[in-house]
Design a protein around this ligand. Sequence first.
Ligand code: BTN
Length: 261
Amino acid sequence: MRKEVLELEKFDLKLNTNLVGRNFIYCEEIDSTNTYLMNRKNNSNTDGTVVLAERQTAGRGRKDRVWYSAKEQNLNFSILLTSKKYFGKNLNLINLASSLAVSQAIENLYQLNTELKWPNDVLIKGKKVCGILLEASSLGSKIDKVVIGIGLNVNQTMFQGEFNLPPTSIKIEANEDIERERLLAEVLNNFEELLEKSISKPDEVLREWKSRCRMIGEKISITENDATKYGIFDDIDENGFLLLKSKDNTIEKIHLGDVSI
Ligand code: BTN
């Protein structure tokens, strides 16, 4: 089993970004990389900062779920954005751009087909390889920072616990040990490019994202706060919201929720 700490020099050589990951905080152990960046007391306000932890003692998933990940085998990290230009009206696009960045990295490096599940899970053969938790904080009525937490299963091959989707890892699917440094750099390189595109060419980001989402056109159910809605997954609108078509052909805009077929 491959279990080594991340080699920062190796990672740095592959990183082609201007901003994302240039300020890099590496932690052996932390409660949660998202919690760290969301906490004002930590004074980490440099735009594009990336915090990566080899182990999280309180890793968090969406909807207050716990995110478990074996030590030193995966990539658990968070990206901080503080520049207002990124979150004018397209916070949802950042969400979609993040999952797309991971999906492109997996496809380019390992030739594995990935599928995107709204709002931001990355799947391989119907199993979850990556989960993303986007959080934002505001000062007054304005968003002042966004934290994108990415949990990517890389070299872990055994998963214990209860999952709403069966988990997998790149190693399981590619049948080889994966170099985490190269993969991390590729995700961040893609992310920076897609982030810029979400401002200059949002339609392209949406088109790319939708081309990897197989649920569009399917009958789905969406659960949010214990309420379940049924309908057809009609489309994603220009702001990244899911459009749910009901029996009487009315369209409802869904902002968040867990989608099942
Ligand atoms: C989900 O699928 O529910 C989202 C999982 C997000 C996990 C990542 S791991 C790095 C970052 N730190 C956290 O505590 N959570 C995110």
